[in-house]
Design a protein around this ligand. Structure first.
Ligand code: SF4
Length: 335
């Protein structure tokens, strides 16, 4: 091991990634493809990743699709181009495989808004409740969860629970409120939220709608209720992508992380997409956690097979049950 690599490995925990220089003349896409074959690795990428990472991935999808892929892949190594809780989910579903994340500090404000020890105390107040957690939560929170859900299958998961069974929904209060409205179930909600989806500006979206009167306004259910109330279609990233492909509309105002626009433009090159504006002075609403992953970090993590996701065995054994239940219900619903 070179001195530089030894130092980068030593600093991995503090930096989150292998802080090594990458030759700027290197064809990173070609190198990553070579490493993929050499290591029998698969790259799973979330829709919110940079477009160049999406273009090199073996599978691009939302949380449900990514978990299904992680559960079924026969690769030896799963390289997760996404955030920490997603890589943890992959590790829980495929504990015998090596799971790599290009930057361990690619976290999630929503997952962080529900620390497991605090939630455990909260849960004690509702001993007869079933806990449904959005998959955007830590591995430890999954050990306190009965059934996970994603925005694609959340409604099916809630509907699968007997009507007289009370439910706690965590951690996203906006998705929870939307589900209460959609399903008519009165759930106890944990008050967490996503920093990207809670900053859309009602006023700026209204102005954009006036400027583009023929555009459909589509939104992810992690957005606040006042934004969802304005939407022509509400759904998961996969559902939003499908809507733009299949609907007659030619223009769309999109209220979710703008990384998804890359797949929308590829699927419908003749249609026009406008990212919904945030209510701050910054012009973009990109997820800073998702965007910590770069082609350089992806290349380095595949070359040196670190940083790796390591979880205690008890967390995997206990937490995976909530994900397995979700996958079973999703499969029964044909999702
Ligand atoms: S967009 Fe929101 S929910 Fe998704 S990873 Fe970023 S902070 Fe978490």
């Amino acid at each position: 091991m070179s001195a530089d690599l030894a130092l980068a490995t030593q600093n991995l925990k503090r930096r989150g990634f292998l802080d090594l220089d990458v030759d700027p003349t290197l064809d990173l896409a070609a190198e990553i493809n070579r490493l993929k074959k050499e290591r029998n690795a698969v790259i799973l990428a979330h829709y919110y990743q940079e477009s160049e990472i999406q273009d090199i991935a073996d599978y691009i999808g939302d949380s449900l699709g990514l978990s299904q892929q992680a559960a079924s892949t026969d690769a030896d190594i799963i390289v997760f181009a996404g955030v920490h809780f997603m890589a943890e989910t992959a590790k829980m579903l495929s504990p015998q495989k090596k799971v790599l994340l290009p930057d361990l500090k690619a976290g999630c404000s929503l997952a962080d808004s529900c620390p497991a020890p605090v939630f455990a105390k909260f849960k004690e107040k509702y001993p007869d409740h079933v806990v449904v957690s959005y998959i955007n939560c830590t591995a430890e929170l999954k050990t306190l969860t009965d059934i996970c859900c994603t925005s694609t299958n959340a409604r099916h998961i809630i509907d699968s629970i007997p009507e007289d069974q009370p439910i706690i929904f965590a951690p996203d209060v906006n998705l929870g409120r939307w589900l209460v409205k959609e399903t008519g179930r009165d759930m106890v909600l944990w008050n967490g939220s996503c920093m990207v989806h809670e900053i859309f500006s009602h006023e700026k979206v209204t102005k954009l709608k006036i400027a583009h009167p023929k555009a459909a306004f589509i939104a992810h259910p992690e957005c606040e209720a006042h934004i969802l109330d304005m939407a022509d279609h509400v759904g998961s990233t996969s559902s939003l992508l499908r809507f733009t492909r299949e609907s007659e509309y030619q223009e769309f105002i999109v209220a979710t992380e703008p990384g998804i626009l890359h797949q929308m433009e590829l699927a419908s090159p003749d249609k026009t997409f406008y990212p919904a504006p945030p209510n701050n002075t910054c012009a973009c609403n990109e997820c800073p956690h998702m965007k910590r992953n770069t082609m350089e970090k992806l290349y380095l993590c595949m070359k040196y097979e670190q940083p790796e996701i390591i979880l205690p065995e008890w967390v995997i054994e206990k937490g995976v049950k909530s994900i397995d239940r979700m996958l079973e219900i999703s499969a029964r619903a044909g999702l």
